[in-house]
Write a new protein. Structure first.
Length: 613
């Protein structure tokens, strides 16, 4: 008997109790002298035993009177958890009478379980309930005919909206589903958009993507027109933001999303709405590393932003073009544009910028200004700017902004020769990226950290992590910064004696730079080729590479790159016995610097010059 009860109820304690209660009420079992017995007509098994849990549930529902069944069916429309006040409106019944019947359904029939008493935002009192098992809710909901289901869903949705008022965003996802079931597609899409926007604001990007997809699917029920276009535009932008965070800023899935958003903006003939869309699409081409496409689009955004005279748009344009100039190699112009972006940025408007763009361009611009500052020969100012931005990002408590600020400071510490700081920051970046699903940021953080491992003497670990990160970046479509990372990879390969592998990395860097029109880190590629050729013993070719690095850096006013190249050349010339030439190459570059004298590059140059007497 016990085995059969277990089998029929799939071992669920709730349904075991329900089945025994049913057998008791139907006479299948009875109590005699303090012991329970099977009815004599069923010596081997419970009489008329339902064939499954679902069969038992249907039998239990059938035992209810029509009024109670109607009440529970209406409750099932709201979901596994429901409110007495909402149910009373759905069935047009007095709230007190509804609570009385739900009390009976809890105590006698054990269909529901009472929760807390609370009030809606409009101060209406209600009692929370839930079905004791979701299978009850499923069976009751499945019993509804289509027209009745649509009508009840619409009533429940409207009641929730009315009671929540301007705080309806907290139940927007549930309301969207209800309006969808009610075949009210316009309302459904609006609430899916609201729910997706709310989820994105909480950095729940998978949920935001799912909600946006459902909203877009529901749009098929709307006629063409401005309302449909506006809703689709909003849903596409949230979808793009979620995909960007989850799959990387250059994931191939992003291009059709932002391209469609651009088409929708043109349909609306609304340039103010178009600019954030163009900014997002331009950023896609930027992270992909296609600087030709990036330049054309970034300059278009800047022109439109200046015509708009909107400070937030102008700030976004300066961010895009400032980053473009760094990777083109115009470091001074990059720093000027990013400094202007910082001046235009109002940190107190952080949330407005995030709502407009999906993240805050001003915070990215603030952080990115550190990079050209270092390249131009101001390592202390670069560190100060990066630390200032990180402190601001921590106060804003926005994961994407914080991850980016951490990344930029991580890179600054790496170039300053402070690997312990890089490892610690890298751990924080990776942890943050894993928590919020930030695919691109995670790989940039791992790449910087891999280079730091190598600087600390953990050569194999550093090489493996850097190479793995480059593979993942390629898989997610990310090409920006690749030349810099390949130059970083060549350094530990050189120190490990893996010279041919290092030279292949440099060759790949030059090919990538040529294909993508990226000139910002060519000096580092030339320098590392010089180091590899010097290690191989090819002094003539090594000297040519070092001098090419110095010439490239000089054209870009890239004093930090020029110092590194001059130091490498000086070491080679000392090996060749040309000490005077070594001093002539290194001293003028070193003497130019007015700050950063505790950084690894300047310490190395100063030590080398001291050895020359």
């Amino acid at each position: 008997f016990a085995a059969e009860i277990h089998e029929k109820t799939e071992g669920n304690p709730l349904f075991m109790a329900d089945l025994l209660r049913y057998l008791r009420d139907s006479g299948g079992i009875f109590e005699e002298q303090g012991r329970w017995r099977l009815a004599p007509t069923t010596p081997d098994s419970p009489r008329d035993l339902p064939e499954s849990v679902r069969g038992m549930i249907q039998r239990k529902i059938q035992q209810l009177d029509d009024a109670d069944r109607k009440l529970l069916v209406a409750a099932s429309v709201q979901g596994p958890e429901f409110d007495s006040a909402i149910v009373s409106e759905a069935v047009e019944m007095d709230p007190a009478a509804v609570e009385d019947r739900l009390d009976v359904l809890e105590r006698v029939h054990v269909f529901v379980e009472r929760g807390a008493e609370r009030e809606f935002p409009d101060l209406t009192l209600t009692q929370d309930y839930r079905f004791v098992h979701v299978l009850y809710q499923n069976a009751l909901y499945a019993s509804l005919q289509p027209a009745r289901r649509a009508a009840l869903s619409g009533r429940v949705a409207k009641a929730l909206v009315a009671h929540h008022g301007d705080r309806v965003v907290g139940v927007a996802a549930r309301v969207a589903v209800l309006f969808e079931a009610a075949r009210d597609f316009a309302s459904s899409a609006q609430y899916y958009f609201m729910a997706a926007q709310h989820a994105a604001g909480l950095y729940a990007f998978r949920e935001a993507l799912s909600l946006a997809d459902r909203g877009l699917t529901g749009l098929r029920g709307l006629p063409d027109g401005p309302q449909r276009i506006q809703l689709e535009l909003g849903l596409q932008m949230i979808r793009g933001l979620a995909l960007r965070m989850m799959k990387g800023w250059a994931a191939p899935e992003l291009e059709p999303v932002f391209t469609r958003a651009r088409q929708l903006c043109h349909s609306l003939a609304d340039p103010p709405q178009l600019l954030p869309v163009l900014w997002a699409l331009t950023l896609f081409y930027a992270i992909r590393g296609d600087l030709r496409e990036y330049r054309e689009r970034a300059e278009e955004v800047m022109r439109m932003a200046e015509l708009s005279e909107n400070q937030a748009f102008i700030m976004g344009g300066h961010h895009l073009v400032g980053v473009l100039r760094e990777f083109q190699g115009d470091m001074a112009e990059s720093q000027r544009l990013l400094a202007r972006c910082r001046e235009l940025h109002v940190p107190a408007d952080h949330l407005q910028y995030t709502a407009m763009y999906g993240l805050d361009p001003g915070m990215i611009g603030r952080a990115m200004e550190s990079r050209p500052l270092w390249v131009l020969g101001y390592p202390d100012q670069a560190e100060a700017r990066a630390k200032e931005t990180l402190a601001l990002a921590r106060s804003q408590r926005q994961p994407m902004t914080l991850a980016f600020a951490l990344l930029v400071l991580e890179g600054v510490h790496l170039y300053r020769g402070e690997p312990d700081n890089v490892v610690a920051l890298g751990d924080e970046v990776v942890a943050l990226a894993r928590e919020y699903g930030l695919a691109q940021e995670k790989e940039w953080g791992r790449a910087f950290q891999g280079s730091a491992f190598a600087q600390l003497g953990r050569l194999d670990e550093g090489i493996d992590q850097l190479k793995d990160s480059l593979v993942v970046q390629q898989a997610i479509g990310s090409g920006l910064v690749r030349t810099a990372f390949l130059a970083l990879l060549a350094d530990p390969l050189c120190r490990a004696g893996r010279l041919d592998e290092g030279l292949r990395a440099i060759d790949e860097g030059f090919v990538h730079a040529e294909r993508m029109a990226e000139g910002g880190y060519l000096a580092e590629l030339h320098r590392m080729r010089g180091e590899l050729l010097r290690a191989r013993g090819d002094a003539v070719a090594a000297e040519a590479s070092f001098r090419a690095a110095m010439a490239q850096a000089a054209t870009q006013q890239a004093k930090s790159f020029e110092l590194r190249a001059a130091t490498g050349l000086a070491k080679l010339l000392i090996d060749l016995g040309r000490k005077a030439d070594a001093r002539a190459a290194l001293a003028p570059v070193y003497e130019w610097f007015t700050e950063g004298h505790a950084t690894a590059d300047l310490v190395a140059a100063r030590t080398l010059l001291a050895s020359l007497g």
